[in-house]
Structures are given as structure tokens and as C-alpha cells.
Ligand binder design. Structure first.
Ligand SMILES: Cc1cc2nc3c(=O)[nH]c(=O)nc-3n(C[C@H](O)[C@H](O)[C@H](O)COP(=O)(O)OP(=O)(O)OC[C@H]3O[C@@H](n4cnc5c(N)ncnc54)[C@H](O)[C@@H]3O)c2cc1C
Ligand code: FES
Length: 346
């Protein structure tokens, strides 16, 4: 089958089971992309002719409204017929050029029983410009990669702060928790992603994080507070129990010193002494607001939280075009291996 690019004489062939993006890259076309996992939305294109399907279901990075508009995600879409597509220009933040750089682990710090602060030193002579909320990929062998959000704000990013949750059986995170990685060299690529702070004077911001989903939100909060921006922010941070509140003191400190920042920790399995909010973090938000229409919503964390939040927040009036999210999925190679394992078992 052939895929033609509108407004261009270029075209390329694609196999029925091949992601359209892979075929385009194989053909030497430099189409915008980032995660290749259907999450970030960077590979969005408009389908002007033909039909596509998604073998793993509609990807998270594509909203109902976008489907209705005729947008597709090239990294997940498979062609059913010849296609005509118009690639949507990715609004790359000014100066945020994607680079591959060597970095050194400057230090690590145990933030909790399963979260490690990893501080990466980048080459001093190399500018690394990013927007609050973006992430980097740590490059592994064989073209594989692992994504981590940048927790530091752009104005205070040397070293670059990451919050890494240990994934049992995880190739990279288990390795990072081993003390021997200190001073190791890592190759990174970034900045990546469209989950970035948007200027929208006057609109209050609702930030919802699950676990290490706090990382990009912390970058955004510090960006707003340290630069004296006039934005009201409420951060709901959901974790399982008290021992998972790895940034509690710091966040309480932010809310003490800034009148425009409020912090609400929500525990799903608290101890008996916990007097704060209980339950799922997105449900705590729904309990507190009759409508979410006034807010710019920024949500990041586990895929299940993002899926539930996107569904329920829209019903509660959150505007689709002001609901920004980052879903902390596993890497595409891991998801593929998990699918293969599940398929062989069934
Ligand atoms: C945009 C983005 C930003 C992110 N930001 C952060 C962040 O700031 N902090 C953070 O902690 N996380 C973040 N994540 C999630 C993070 O990328 C993953 O947790 C990380 O990639 C795990 O890497 P790993 O090598 O340790 O695990 P992997 O090796 O990828 O393994 C993951 C899990 O899959 C299992 N697995 C592997 N192979 C198989 C198989 N064949 N069958 C069954 N199970 C299998 C493993 O046992 C393990 O439990 C982010 C993700 C995205 C997409
Ligand atoms: S590259 Fe397709 S959604 Fe990220």
C-alpha cells in the first residue's frame, strides 16, 4: 500500500502490519515523533484519504475530539488502504531542539523506599533547553529507550533532576537502584513531549499527579513560583501510603511560602493516624469541584489513573483542549514483549 503526503510529491510504501511512522522513517522522511508508544501525540497527522486501524485499540495520546477531527497517530496506525495524510506541524517549543547527549550520574538520593532522585550532569558547554513538563529518554542498547520526566525547572536544571520509581523486574530502574551506577555515563535524548506548561493568564491550574507523576508537575510548579508568574495552582498528589510521600515537606513548604499554591496529598491506603484525604486522587478532585471548566488541567502518572481521569474529568466539564496529560507507560519494546508473553500464555 502507498502513503502520499498532501502538499508534497513524496510518497512511500507501507506493509499492512507496519506502523505508518516506521515506514515513513524507513523511507527517509523525517516526520515528527517522540515516544513511538501512542502516548505523546507528537506523530499526529490528518488523514485526508483512506482507512487506518489500531491493532492495540485507540491510543491514549488521541482524544475522541481528535478522532472526530480526522487526526491519527502515525506510530500506532496501520494502513487498511492507500492513504493520503497531512502531517501536523509539531509545535516544538522555541529553542527546545531535541539532542542526543552523554550525561553522567552526578549523584543519587533515596527519596523513599522505591523512589530514587537521580541527578544527571550534562556536558557543560552544551545548552539543553526545555519547557517545564517535558521528559528525556535514557538510551539503552539496540535502540531501546526509557522515558523519565524532568523534575527540575528550566532555570535550575544543572544537574537535571529525575524521580525514578523502582519497577520490580525492570531492566533500567533496578540497575539505577544498584549503588554501582553512581558516576555512570548514560546517553540521553531530549527534551521530548508536548506535556508542557502553557501560558494562559488568568486560568487557574489543576495539577494531578500519581506517584512519580509528581516529577513534571514539580518542574511546572517551580517554574511558576520561582519566576513570580501569577497563576493559581492546586496540586493533588496521590500515592499509596505515608511512606510514599517522598516530597511532602518540600510541597508543604511551597504552599506556606506562596499564596497562589495549594497542595492536597491523597492516600489510597493510609495508616489509621492519617487525617488527610483518602481514596483515589482523581476522585478527590471530583469530590471537591462541581465543575472543572475553569481549570487548565495537567495530569501525569500511571496509565490507569490517566485513563480514568480523562474520562471522568471530561464528564465534569474539563475542556478537552485544556486537559494536558502524560501517561507513564512502559517503553514500546517492553509493551511489545508483555503482549507477546501474554499471547503465548493464552
Ligand atoms: C513520558 C513518560 C514519562 C515518564 N516519566 C517517569 C518518571 O518521571 N518517573 C518514573 O519513575 N517513571 C516514569 N515513566 C515510566 C518509566 O519510563 C518506566 O517505569 C520505565 O521505562 C521502566 O523501565 P525499566 O527498564 O526499569 O523496566 P522494563 O524493563 O521496561 O520493565 C517494566 C516491567 O515489565 C516487565 N516485563 C518486561 N518484560 C516482560 C515480559 N516479556 N513479560 C511480562 N512482563 C515483562 C518487567 O518485569 C517490569 O515489571 C515515564 C514514562 C513515560 C512514557
Ligand atoms: S510518537 Fe506517536 S504518540 Fe508519541
Amino acid at each position: 500500500m502507498r502513503v502520499s503526503l498532501a502538499k508534497s510529491t513524496r510518497s512511500f510504501s507501507v506493509a499492512p502490519d507496519q506502523p505508518v511512522l516506521d515506514a515513513a522513517l524507513d523511507a527517509g522522511l523525517n516526520l515528527p515523533h517522540s515516544c513511538k508508544g501512542g502516548n505523546c501525540g507528537a506523530c499526529r497527522a490528518r488523514l485526508l484519504g483512506g482507512m487506518v486501524h489500531y491493532p492495540n485499540g485507540r491510543p491514549l495520546g488521541l482524544s475522541d475530539a481528535e478522532v472526530a477531527e480526522g487526526l491519527i497517530l502515525l506510530c500506532q496506525a496501520r494502513a487498511r488502504t492507500d492513504l493520503v495524510i497531512d502531517t501536523v506541524e509539531v509545535s516544538t517549543p522555541e529553542d527546545a531542539i531535541i539532542k542526543r547527549l552523554p550525561s553522567r550520574i552526578d549523584r543519587t538520593e533515596r527519596l523513599s523506599h522505591d523512589v530514587l532522585g537521580v541527578y544527571l550532569r550534562l556536558p557543560a558547554a552544551e545548552p539543553f533547553r526545555f519547557e517545564p513538563g517535558q521528559y528525556i529518554d535514557i538510551l539503552l542498547s539496540g535502540g531501546r529507550r526509557r522515558s523519565f520526566s524532568i523534575a527540575s525547572p528550566p532555570h535550575d536544571s544543572r544537574p537535571l533532576e529525575l524521580h525514578v520509581r523502582r519497577v520490580p523486574g525492570g531492566e533500567l530502574t533496578e540497575e539505577l537502584f544498584a549503588e554501582r551506577t553512581r558516576s555512570s555515563l548514560l546517553r540521553i535524548e531530549g527534551p521530548l513531549g508536548r506535556f508542557v506548561y502553557r501560558q494562559n493568564a488568568g486560568a487557574p491550574m489543576l495539577l494531578v499527579g500519581g506517584g512519580t507523576g509528581l516529577a513534571p508537575l514539580k518542574s511546572i510548579v517551580r517554574h511558576v513560583l520561582d519566576n513570580g508568574l501569577r497563576r493559581d495552582m492546586i496540586l493533588y498528589w496521590g500515592v499509596r501510603s505515608e511512606r510514599d510521600l517522598y516530597a511532602h515537606t518540600e510541597l508543604e513548604d511551597f504552599s506556606r511560602r506562596a499564596a497562589n499554591f495549594r497542595y492536597v496529598p491523597v492516600l489510597s491506603e493510609p495508616g489509621a493516624a492519617w487525617s488527610g484525604r483518602r481514596g483515589w486522587v482523581h476522585e478527590a478532585v471530583l469530590n471537591d469541584f462541581a465543575t472543572l471548566d475553569p481549570f487548565d488541567v495537567y495530569a501525569s502518572g500511571p496509565p490507569a489513573m490517566i485513563t480514568a481521569l480523562r474520562r471522568d474529568f471530561r464528564e465534569r466539564g474539563a475542556a478537552d483542549e485544556r486537559l494536558y496529560f502524560d501517561s507513564f507507560d512502559y517503553a514500546p519494546d517492553t509493551l511489545e514483549r508483555q503482549r507477546t508473553t501474554a499471547a503465548t500464555k493464552s
